[in-house]
Every structure is written in structure tokens, then in C-alpha cells.
Design a protein around this ligand. Structure first.
Ligand SMILES: Cc1cc2nc3c(=O)[nH]c(=O)nc-3n(C[C@H](O)[C@H](O)[C@H](O)COP(=O)(O)O)c2cc1C
Length: 200
């Protein structure tokens, strides 16, 4: 039986909502968090779900948005343009919390959102966006692609860079503990969030 103290928000719905966004913000800031690497689902051209891991770059509770980055030549970019419906999930082993998110994704390529995201990117991250050919291209051999050096990555990578802002529409929080799991969900209701406890 676990003897660790229960979180202060254990039976407090509003505090759970605040903790949820706090965990997402912590995930954006720290690689050790399970929320740093959510899995993102989009809908493929054939209508089925498609999943991949991304780095969570920002979580803004006030705006109700999340941000990640991708190559605008990638499948996920095309899928978001075709259908903005998306979902994310992540589990943090340390806190035993799963967060599931549903929302609508928008690809930002040439606006202030993209510029700020690019400006905040490290040189080693920028290099990926200068890869040739683009992500998903069939290669004759595993090493038949090229990456620019960090000095050239600014010019070569920026045209391929996209910031993805997810406008969150629904949140599902699950905390696992032998003394009793806790699950709650919220959905956007105008400018507010409406939520409640759910059976886990
Ligand atoms: C730890 C990890 C972090 C990743 N972060 C990103 C990311 O932030 N953005 C991204 O586009 N792909 C990221 N990827 C690669 C994607 O998971 C995926 O393989 C790639 O983007 C192609 O996906 P797509 O064909 O669905 O577009 C990451 C993969 C791993 C394993």
C-alpha cells in the first residue's frame, strides 16, 4: 500500500484543473517530465488515426493552447491542414498522472507565432528543418539524406519550420493511486471551462 501523501488537489476539482495545467507547463519546460513528450494523433488521408511523439514546447492555461513544432513537409503538417482535429496524450510515471487532450491544431508558418517559436529554437533543433529530402521521403539507403551545419540551418531550415498551436477543447485527467484513482474532465464552454469528476 502506498504511503506517499496524496496530492493536495486530490479531491478538489478546481485545484486539479490548476495542477493539470501546471504539469503541462512543467512538461514544456523540463525534459524529465513525462509530459515533455506527448503522443499526438491526427487523422490520416485514409481516415484512420496516425500517432507520433513530439516535444511539448509550451502550455498556456489562459489561452487554453499547447504548442509543438514540426516540419511543414511532414505528413502531420499535411494532415493538420486537411483536418485540424487532433488529440494528445502523455503519462508521467513520477506523479502517476495521465493527461489526454482533444483540440484543433493550426499550422503557423510565416506569422508572429512561427517567428517567435523559431527565434526560441536552439541551433541543434533548427538543423532538423534543413534536412534534404524532407521527412517521409523514400531513400535508396538509410543514410541518403543530408543535414545542414548549424551555421546554415537558419537559412535552410526556416522555410520548412512550422509551429503548431493546439486550441484545447477537452481535457481528461487521470491520477492513479491504490487508495482511489481520480479522474476528471473539462470542456470549453465559451470563455470558461466546464468540468466534473468521472469514474476512472
Ligand atoms: C523523443 C522524440 C521527440 C520528437 N519530437 C518531435 C517534434 O517535436 N516534432 C516533430 O515533428 N517530430 C518529432 N519527433 C519525430 C516524430 O515522432 C515523427 O517520427 C516524425 O515527425 C514524422 O512524423 P509524421 O510522418 O507523422 O509527420 C520526435 C520523435 C521522438 C522519438
Amino acid at each position: 500500500m502506498s504511503r506517499a501523501p496524496l496530492p493536495a488537489y486530490y479531491d478538489d476539482l478546481d485545484a486539479t484543473f490548476a495542477a493539470l495545467w501546471g504539469h503541462l507547463a512543467d512538461g514544456a519546460a523540463h525534459g524529465r517530465s513525462g509530459f515533455h513528450l506527448p503522443v499526438v494523433a491526427t487523422l490520416g488521408a485514409a481516415g484512420g488515426p496516425r500517432l507520433r511523439t513530439v516535444v511539448l514546447r509550451a502550455a498556456d492555461r489562459d489561452a487554453g493552447t499547447l504548442r509543438f513544432h514540426c516540419d511543414r513537409r511532414s505528413d502531420k503538417a499535411a494532415e493538420i491542414l486537411a483536418n485540424p482535429a487532433c488529440a494528445l496524450t502523455a503519462y508521467d510515471e513520477a506523479t502517476k498522472i495521465q493527461i489526454r487532450i482533444e483540440g484543433r491544431a493550426a499550422l503557423h508558418v510565416d506569422d508572429a507565432v512561427a517567428e517567435a517559436a523559431w527565434a526560441g529554437s536552439r541551433a541543434m533543433s533548427r538543423v532538423c528543418y534543413g534536412s534534404e529530402p524532407g521527412p517521409g521521403t523514400a531513400l535508396p539507403a538509410g543514410d541518403a539524406y543530408a543535414l545542414p551545419d548549424e551555421a546554415a540551418a537558419g537559412a535552410l531550415g526556416r522555410p520548412h519550420f512550422a509551429a503548431v498551436l493546439v486550441r484545447v477543447e477537452r481535457l481528461d485527467f487521470l491520477y492513479l493511486d491504490r487508495r482511489g484513482h481520480r479522474r476528471a474532465a473539462w470542456h470549453r464552454c465559451g470563455s470558461a471551462w466546464q468540468g466534473g469528476w468521472l469514474a476512472p
